[in-house]
Design a protein around this ligand. Structure first.
Ligand SMILES: [Fe+2]
Ligand SMILES: [Fe+2]
Length: 308
């Protein structure tokens, strides 16, 4: 059975000017309204093969992405939490609390997502979801924080791209999950970067470290994402592995080119003066959070402080 789809109320021109800063106050580093929010997903209503109107190729791209979040978000939380008690700026300390709370909830929901995939007969365990090619003990806290800051920028860019895509439509439960997650990624997009800047510094050493981290993270993450996408697709369709690899590659880099579209954002990271908070997402967040399906999620303030 094919679930009903909903259309996000997006302005057609929005995708062209995602980072335009309106006249007036500069965007805050984190919106005042940002908080840890609970969300209840009815996994029995989620179809992991046909949840997206783009069909199985698109559905399994989101599934492959989801597989990384339980471990990935945990990694991000640990990286930032390591510096939590050394943070000097009280405003940043508050933002870190919200960041940890939000990421912990994302990790929990994506664990349930993966479990629900298993229930429906998919095999997420056949996929490799390691973020690094060396043991965690070999990675210094500084490197971990730099990787987290870079990955948070990419996650925010992907989230913005997703929310600005006029045909980003999914079955309601899955859409609720992805839109909730994407909105919170935009809310806390600069937190890891700010911790990195305060604790490691923004000079040449910090710049070099965050550039190396971005290259390392994408070199490891992107091939795994595509390989997992192809694996899930093959198991579900019975197509040859070659066909599935081509489908995953095409989806990422050609049509619709979900990763290709992120290339400008990837390159912006290497600008010495780059600051994720320069991207003004206030109008986008306000529009998305007013969506009737999402309003109950964003109206509920679960906790602004208990993110430990
Ligand atoms: Fe997240
Ligand atoms: Fe995040």
């Amino acid at each position: 059975m094919r679930a009903a789809h909903f259309r996000l109320p997006l302005a057609p021109h929005a995708a062209l000017f995602p980072t335009a800063v309106p006249a007036g106050s500069p965007p805050p580093r984190m919106p005042e309204s940002a908080s840890r929010r609970d969300v209840a997903i009815d996994w029995t209503r989620c179809d992991f093969s046909h949840g997206h109107e783009g069909g199985r190729v698109t559905s399994h791209f989101f599934n492959a992405l989801s597989l990384f979040f339980p471990l990935g978000e945990k990694f991000f939380v640990h990286s930032v939490r390591h510096y939590r008690h050394a943070i000097r700026d009280p405003r940043l300390a508050r933002d870190v609390t919200v960041f940890i709370g939000q990421e912990a909830m994302h990790s929990r929901e994506h664990r349930e997502y993966v479990e629900a995939m298993r229930t429906q007969g998919h095999d997420p365990d056949a996929c490799d979801v390691r973020l690094l090619d060396r043991p965690l003990e070999d990675v210094t806290p500084e490197e971990r924080l730099a990787i987290t800051a870079a990955m948070e920028h990419f996650t925010a860019a992907l989230s913005r791209s997703m929310l600005l895509t006029p045909n980003f439509e999914q079955a309601p439960e899955l859409r609720k999950l992805w839109v909730w997650h994407a909105c919170e990624e935009l809310e806390h997009k600069s937190v890891a970067f700010d911790v990195f800047r305060e604790q490691i510094g923004g000079g040449w050493r910090g710049y070099r470290m965050r550039c190396v981290a971005a290259v390392t993270a994408s070199r490891l993450f992107l091939p795994q994402l595509l390989a997992n996408h192809a694996r899930l697709l093959q198991a579900d369709t019975g197509w040859s592995l070659l066909r599935c690899r081509w489908a995953a590659f095409r989806h990422a880099w050609l049509l619709p080119g979900v990763l290709l579209r992120l290339l400008p954002d990837f390159l912006r990271w290497f600008r010495p003066g780059f600051d994720p908070a320069d991207d003004d997402d206030r109008a986008l967040l306000a529009r998305i959070q007013a969506d009737p399906l999402l309003r109950p999620v964003f109206a509920h303030d679960d906790s602004r402080v208990s993110g430990s």
